[in-house]
Design a protein around this ligand. Structure first.
Ligand code: ADP
Ligand code: MG
Ligand code: MG
Length: 208
């Protein structure tokens, strides 16, 4: 057993709610070190995910994540669209057409998502990007999966992503638009790390 498609749909629904609720906050983060569109991009993208879920309800968690990847790739735009699209697509591929996701599968899917983001964006840990949320999340998930259930894995991932996002505050950006600011990017949270933490918190919320 484990988490099923109902969990996946709830995760995506809670993610869409979080993007709408935190839209202005993400815009403000991106205003400080980017071009002010991250909140709008993510809100628009996840509204498209909701539309697709209603249009063609998925039958497995993997199918739900694949649909999400397609919607985010076509609607988010900017740097984040292809990065999140790749993350959700790699996670979907890892889950395949299984009806249930257990703790090890969940950890594997999060690792695949992180690897996809790194493959696509070529950022390393500490570059002040969403990788700084996803890498600690994937690592914490792997550790929790060794002796925990799916909820423990998702809570560990969410907490690690939140800490990772906070830890981007003092960093100088070395990738993406924020890197154009050089040293002036320090003292602000990375918007993509912040949205990643919200998405991973939603995954845990959907499983609780
Ligand atoms: P844009 O910068 O094109 O306006 P967004 O504002 O939607 O796109 O997203 C910006 C976020 O994308 C950043 O906060 C960062 O987390 C992420 N990002 C940008 N470039 C990279 C990269 N090369 N690798 C990983 N993440 C990146
Ligand atoms: Mg932007
Ligand atoms: Mg932009």
């Amino acid at each position: 057993m484990g988490l099923d498609v109902t969990w996946a749909v709830k995760w995506l629904t809670l993610s869409a709610q979080a993007m709408a609720e935190h839209r202005v906050e993400l815009i403000e983060l991106d205003r400080a070190i980017g071009d002010s569109d991250h909140g709008e991009n993510m809100d628009r993208g996840f509204q498209a995910v909701l539309d697709k879920l209603a249009e063609s309800p998925p039958e497995t968690p993997g199918a739900a994540l694949k649909l999400t990847a397609m919607a985010l790739m076509s609607k988010v735009g900017g740097a984040a669209g292809p990065l999140y699209g790749t993350a959700f697509l790699r996670a979907a591929t890892t889950l395949g057409d299984a009806a249930y996701v257990d703790a090890p599968a969940l950890a594997a899917a999060l690792a695949a998502a992180r690897d996809g983001i790194v493959a696509r964006g070529k950022a390393e840990s500490g570059d002040k990007t969403m990788v700084d949320a996803w890498t600690p999340a994937a690592d914490a998930a792997a550790a929790a999966a060794a002796d925990g259930d799916t909820l423990a894995v998702l809570i560990a991932a969410a907490e690690a992503a939140e800490a990772g996002a906070v830890a981007t505050d003092p960093l100088v950006a070395r990738k993406g638009r924020a890197s154009y600011l050089g040293e002036r990017s320090a003292g602000h949270r990375d918007p993509g790390a912040a949205s990643s933490a919200l998405i991973l918190r939603a995954a845990a919320g959907a499983a609780a």
